[in-house]
Design a protein around this ligand. Structure first.
Ligand code: CMP
Length: 138
């Protein structure tokens, strides 16, 4: 079993698709081991996305991620990282396959509804960024 961290981003919350996103992960066999709604400050968003700090889109991305509440969740399941990323679709919704979350709901590469960890190392960092041991159901 593998763990991953997913976020329904502020655009997903504004579009009222929290349940839809959760349902798609659940239908792929993922179990929710922790979940909460938070509204990040710009600084907190910068800490979460620190690996992208040199990228030209870093400031816009962290403005967007702190623009409203989002739902953060730890998911557990077989090949959770790959399964969640396939369910989300490509980062840019224009490149996303039919039937993926981003194809169905995302407006553009920045406002793309959902985030999923890209490696086990990222998943460990990202889960512990939002949840302490007591908040995670193994
Ligand atoms: P995410 O999986 O959350 O990880 C980094 C995010 O940066 C990515 O999704 C995109 O939403 C966002 N982003 C904004 N602009 C770009 C871009 N030009 N290329 C890649 N990612 C971008």
């Amino acid at each position: 079993m593998e763990k991953t961290l997913s976020i329904v981003k502020p655009d997903g919350v504004r579009k009222n698709v929290i349940g839809e996103v959760l349902s798609r992960f659940e239908k792929k066999g993922m179990k929710i081991s922790a979940i909460k709604m938070i509204h990040m400050t710009k600084k907190q968003a910068e800490g979460f996305y620190y690996v992208h700090k040199e990228r030209p889109f870093f400031s816009d991305l962290t403005d967007f991620m702190s623009s409203g509440p989002c739902v953060v969740m730890a998911l557990i399941g077989e090949n959770a990282i790959k399964t969640v990323r396939e369910t989300m679709g490509a980062t840019n919704p224009e490149d996303a396959a039919a039937g993926t979350i981003r194809k169905d709901f995302a407006d553009n590469v920045e406002q793309n509804i959902v985030h999923g960890s890209d490696s086990p190392e990222s998943a460990d960092y990202e889960i512990s960024y939002f949840f302490n041991q007591l908040e995670i159901k193994e």
